[in-house]
Design a binder for this molecule. Sequence first.
Ligand SMILES: [Zn+2]
Length: 270
Amino acid sequence: MMPELPEVENIVSCIRNILVNRIILYTIIKNDRLRWCIPFEIKQLFNVRVFNVYRRGKYIILKLYSGYIIIHLGMTGVFSLLFNKLNFGKHDCLDLILDNNMIIRYSDCRKFGFWLWFNKEDKNFFLDKLGPEPLSENFNCNYLYNLTRLRKISIKSFLMNSKFVAGIGNIYANESLFQSGIIPTRLSMNINFNECVNLVNSIKKILSIAIKHNGTTIKNFKQINGKLGEFSKYLKVYGRKNKLCKKCNNLLIYIRQNQRSSFFCKFCQS
Ligand SMILES: [Zn+2]
């Protein structure tokens, strides 16, 4: 189970507080074999100031004096904050040594995450392909309605495609579709304007609540601030296979859609 947008947003807020305006003195690499090998620009960082830390989709971006580090947590990427140098454990990958003696450590037991280097943000293979942020004004009912008119794909696949909207993820796509009464298998082109209004509102509301509650508690994943995600108790359909609908008490349906789990209620959603 991979960290989704709310989890990443919370990690970004924590790292931003620690890193902005600090200087990375150097890095110590313990294992550079992530999804892609950690590039030499990151290995050779020396006395460089961090200007900003922000999120785009599920990517974490560190804006440094000399360029950009783009980080993706993959399935199991975890940050921790150390106050002293500590021996590396089996799954640890790298340390950022800061000028205030703090150390940010990245660990990743399945190694699907990555750390890459870019000189310019706008020439970036990953960020160029992303649709609008779901919590931004650019993601609105007109945008969703216009873009779905010609799409013969299910609305759930549409929401999960980051070129249409960045980083909603499986948990929050399932929950938003339940809240707006739309069945995940409906064709995108058949969603009417009012349903687009409801869906956009549901997505924004659910993601905002999830961010407030530190995301959903996920196996192999801990917040850098040590807080556990508490959104799981608000889940209405996700992960509730063979359970009853919280609205109408009928059995929820579980199907696989594009290799991902979909949960819905055939009475509350159409
Ligand atoms: Zn129901």
